[in-house]
Design a protein around this ligand. Structure first.
Ligand SMILES: Nc1ncnc2c1ncn2[C@@H]1O[C@H](COP(=O)(O)OP(=O)(O)OP(=O)(O)O)[C@@H](O)[C@H]1O
Ligand SMILES: [Mg+2]
Length: 327
């Protein structure tokens, strides 16, 4: 499997999705406000991180792949900041469109004494316009000679529409591997993509079969394969790992290794990034899923990291050898 990792540096991935900024404001609380019964936070620190599809792209870069990115930002300072961060990291940013009808999506969390006090979101979630879809379509076409795979990272913020997915599939499928990290409510959009990676809740709602045991898990996986006419479905199952369902009927369950978990946010982003990069580098789907499972396990087990690296995958492979079950 290490041979595939070596190929990451010559593998191009186009990430299309809802770009977001995660803003963290840290502080201390010493008193209650005289204006309302709320704490007064004295701000001590603040930082901005890449979120949503931008975090998926960040994973592809930290794994050593080449990133092309398409999405929208607002006509605002945060949008400029995102583009600057992308440029610094070496992404091709020609697919980023300034949409003056919506702000750059930002989630702000205020944290005092290690506890989140409030989160506020600034976003407009309406569907993107026809002209934005045509812009993205042109960009996808221009990327084709340079990429081996496409990731559609759907956070339900308006970028991923049925029309956009259809357009991408028409332009790039079936030659390019197209993987989707789906959102509940959008399963009708993804017909014809190569693979989707719902978590258990998303797979339950997308298939209409509530996953409560192995039997319902298998029924849901098979139902999604059929419904979406895709090559494969991977249901991610948190600390239980993931299950891969392939069109040829093969089912592979990949468990995780027991480990101390620090932060599970972003595990899904790591899965889709690693999986697509591995598959695009030539790995078969079951191997790509095993590599992605190592990457996500390593990320949730490390403090303060939200992205995978080749080193963390190799270290995990050395220490963690879960028994893969075919059924
Ligand atoms: N507690 C854990 N221990 C080990 N690995 C884990 C744990 N939680 C998640 N993972 C890894 O991360 C993968 C994705 O996790 P999960 O199924 O929670 O996705 P998700 O709900 O989409 O996550 P996200 O919150 O990022 O959207 C799992 O398939 C597994 O490989
Ligand atoms: Mg997810």
């Amino acid at each position: 499997m290490k041979d595939y990792l070596k190929k990451f540096s010559s593998t191009g991935i186009l990430v299309i999705g809802d770009l977001m900024v995660d803003q963290y404001i840290w502080g201390k609380v010493k008193r209650i406000s005289p204006e309302a019964p709320v704490p007064v936070v004295e701000v001590t620190d603040e930082n901005l991180l890449l979120g949503g599809a931008a975090n998926v792209a960040n994973n592809v870069i930290s794994l050593g792949g080449k990133v092309f990115i398409a999405g929208t930002i607002g006509q605002d300072d945060l949008g400029k900041l995102l583009v600057n961060k992308f440029t610094e990291k070496g992404y091709n940013t020609e697919g980023i469109i300034i949409d003056s009808n919506r702000p750059t999506t930002v989630k702000t969390r205020v944290i005092a004494h290690s506890q989140q006090i409030v989160r506020f979101d600034r976003e407009i979630k309406s569907d993107i316009s026809k002209s934005t879809i045509s812009h993205i379509a042109e960009y996808v076409k221009s990327c084709l000679p340079h990429i081996q795979g496409i990731i559609i990272s759907d956070y339900s913020k308006g970028l991923i529409t049925k029309k956009l997915v259809k357009t991408i599939v028409e332009i790039a499928g079936p030659k390019k591997f197209i993987a989707v990290d789906p959102k509940t409510g959008h399963f009708g959009y993804y017909k014809g993509v190569s693979l989707i990676t719902p978590n258990v809740n998303e797979a339950s709602s997308g298939s209409g079969i509530e996953i409560v045991d192995e039997k319902t898990l298998i029924a849901a996986g098979k139902s999604l394969l059929k419904k979406l006419q895709c090559k494969a479905v991977i249901i991610t199952r948190g600390d239980e790992g993931m299950s891969l369902f392939e069109k040829n009927g093969a089912i592979t369950h990949i468990p995780t290794c027991a480990r101390e978990v620090y932060d599970v946010t972003g595990a899904g982003d790591t899965v889709i990034a690693t999986l697509t990069l591995s598959r695009a580098a030539g790995a078969k789907l079951s191997d790509a899923a095993i590599i992605a499972n190592h990457a996500a396990g390593a990320v949730v087990g490390e403090v303060g990291t939200s992205v995978a690296t080749q080193r963390s995958i190799i270290n995990s492979m050395k220490t963690c050898k879960p028994e893969v079950i075919k059924s």
